[in-house]
Ligand binder design. Structure first.
Ligand code: SAH
Length: 214
């Protein structure tokens, strides 16, 4: 999409993503095109492509561009996947995912955020995203299993329902740890075997729910 921020997005890719090891061409491409500034408050638009997270409504945050790219790249999407995201927030991460797979299901527990995200999805005509209000630590069993799952809030442990809804060969990324510091885990399922790999230290808002923080 060509808009007044296209050059700023290109600079974000050159300065924040490439030097830190984001190499997946399709991920870099969507980071260059999805209009992140539409997912933040009007007053913050000029800072939307900065190398930091930004506040959204209800005390939540939209992750730093690099973290969005890192988590997306970790899922290794090729275009035909069905993906579950927990923590819709602004909707930016779901929007990025939606350009790289066939269908995104996203769950948010705070209504104002869900409503705002839906408005932007409609505006951008990103019709392959379905969003609902619920406790995402329970997953969204009706549409599972999922080829990929991304949790964008930090919890004390890996929620078992999400593992259960992960397809054979599927990948899940989630920040796990205490509320002030987590490790980004990449979980891969093959058959009954679960392999966990630690990517890097991160700081996310709390995952609040039955299998998260109470
Ligand atoms: N992916 C979002 C990040 C938003 S911050 C974006 O791109 O903007 C994390 C979000 O997770 C918050 O909006 C918070 O309300 C939500 N959240 C926390 N616990 C949740 C739960 N159990 N189910 C669904 N959403 C949850």
């Amino acid at each position: 999409m060509k808009d007044r921020f296209a050059t700023v997005r290109e600079r974000m890719v050159q300065e924040q993503l490439l030097p830190r090891g984001i190499v997946d061409a399709s991920v870099l491409d969507v980071m260059r095109t999805v209009p992140r500034h539409l997912f933040v408050d009007d007053a913050l638009q000029s800072r939307a492509y900065g190398d930091f997270p930004l506040p959204i409504a209800a005390g939540q945050t939209i992750s730093q561009p690099y973290i969005v790219a890192l988590m997306t790249q970790a899922l290794g999407l090729t275009g035909n996947e069905r993906v579950l995201e927990i923590g819709t927030g602004s909707g930016y991460q779901a929007a990025i995912l939606s350009r790289l797979c066939s269908q995104v299901y996203t769950v948010e527990r705070i209504n104002v955020l869900l409503a705002g995200a839906r408005r932007v999805f409609d505006k951008l005509r990103y019709f392959n995203i379905v969003a609902k209000l619920d406790d995402g630590t329970l997953g969204w069993p009706e549409h599972g299993p999922y080829d990929a799952i991304m949790v964008t809030a930090g919890g004390p442990k890996l929620p078992q329902p999400l593992v259960n809804q992960l397809a054979d060969g599927g990948r899940l990324v989630i920040p796990v740890g205490d509320p002030r510091l987590q490790v980004l885990q990449l979980v891969q399922r093959s058959g009954d075997e679960i392999v966990v790999q630690e990517l890097e230290k991160v700081r996310f808002v709390d995952l609040v729910g039955e299998y998260g923080w109470r």
